[in-house]
Design a protein. Structure first.
Length: 330
């Protein structure tokens, strides 16, 4: 070994520009580039010593070093020590910092796939329900058509007076039944009811959103949705009801699909933990009958919370559900 002290790894030219990882540093591409530069620097020196101008890890092999008498044991020790220092002090710590990030990315991808699957399933259910409604409507129309054709044939047939009288009585009874069951006003009301329900399925209601003169309502709604991580395109945004003093009217707005509404409502509970949004809540656009039914459920929940305080009571699928407090996940 040389009489002079050998260069410590931290004093090596190959380690210049390397930032040593600390507890508070976050993983970044810049540190990967620093390690690559240090590796390239020592690889260039090794390849030059074995007589290869092209820098390639294939030339950094024992058979090339054995062929070169000018490469001393001290030189090999310097290289080993420097490479070990790079691995131990830089590569391993940065890999340890990068591992949680990679795990987080995998979890995010899994959550995205789950949301995609749920969205596809909801869309499939909506399509199935729409197809069932179309089939029912076609069956009703076919039934009406069949009854009308039968009545016309019976009316035009030439029969004896007694049979004709009975047929007229039967036709009158059928006509009365059909007029009651398939009256145009009733059919129109049924179609309107289905249409309104489909329109409401794309609507969201916001309660407790402060009302101001000349307000930019769309911007205020977008701010609320942004707090729960949602940025959907909003349509038909307006206040609902007559304006009264000391009363905040609810806001109704529409989204592109019922599936998107379900996704937004599932995230609405996040508002509880947001500063300034604790008194604001989102809910579906319910009809008058649905609102009355939901109000009864809310009253039932309040009564159960007073009578059974050792349990948790909540509304799920239009029913009041009760469970022990320690049985629910935190």
């Amino acid at each position: 070994m040389s009489a002079q002290l050998r260069m410590l790894p931290m004093e090596s030219e190959h380690l210049k520009g390397l930032d040593k990882p600390t507890e508070y540093q976050e993983f970044h591409q810049m540190y990967v580039n620093q390690v690559k530069n240090a590796r390239d620097s020592i690889f260039v020196e090794m390849c030059n010593e074995v007589g290869h101008r092209e820098v390639d890890h294939r030339y950094i092999a024992a058979r090339y070093f054995k062929m070169k008498r000018n490469i001393t044991k001290e030189k090999l020790c310097d290289w080993v020590e420097t490479v070990s220092h790079i691995l131990d002090m830089y590569c391993v710590p940065w890999l340890q910092k990068a591992a949680p990030l990679a795990e987080e990315v995998r979890n995010m991808r899994s959550e995205v796939e789950t949301l995609k699957t749920e969205n596809s399933e909801n869309q499939r259910r909506i399509i199935d329900l729409q197809n069932q409604l179309i089939v029912k409507q076609e069956e009703q129309l076919d039934s009406v058509k069949s009854l009308v054709e039968t009545g016309m044939k019976n009316y035009s047939a030439s029969v004896k007076s007694t049979v004709e009288t009975e047929m007229k009585s039967y036709a009158a009874a059928v006509s009365k039944t059909c007029s009651t069951a398939f009256a145009p006003k009733k059919l129109q009301a049924a179609v309107q009811k289905v249409t309104l329900k489909e329109e409401r399925s794309r609507n969201v209601m916001i309660y407790g959103l402060e009302e101001e003169p000349s307000e930019e309502l769309v911007n205020k709604v977008e701010e609320v949705l942004c707090e729960i991580g949602e940025k959907p395109p909003i349509k038909d945004c307006c206040r609902v009801g007559l304006k009264k003093d000391n009363t905040i009217r609810p806001v109704r707005f529409s989204l592109s699909s019922a599936a998107h509404v379900i996704h937004v409502l599932n995230n609405a509970r996040k508002l509880r933990n947001k500063d300034g949004y604790g008194s604001i809540y989102l809910c579906p656009d319910r009809s008058l009958d649905e609102r009355k039914a939901y109000k009864k459920l809310v009253e039932e929940v309040k009564q159960k919370r007073d009578s059974e305080p050792d349990k948790v009571h909540f509304i799920r699928h239009n029913k009041v559900v009760s469970a022990p407090k320690n049985s629910l996940p935190p």
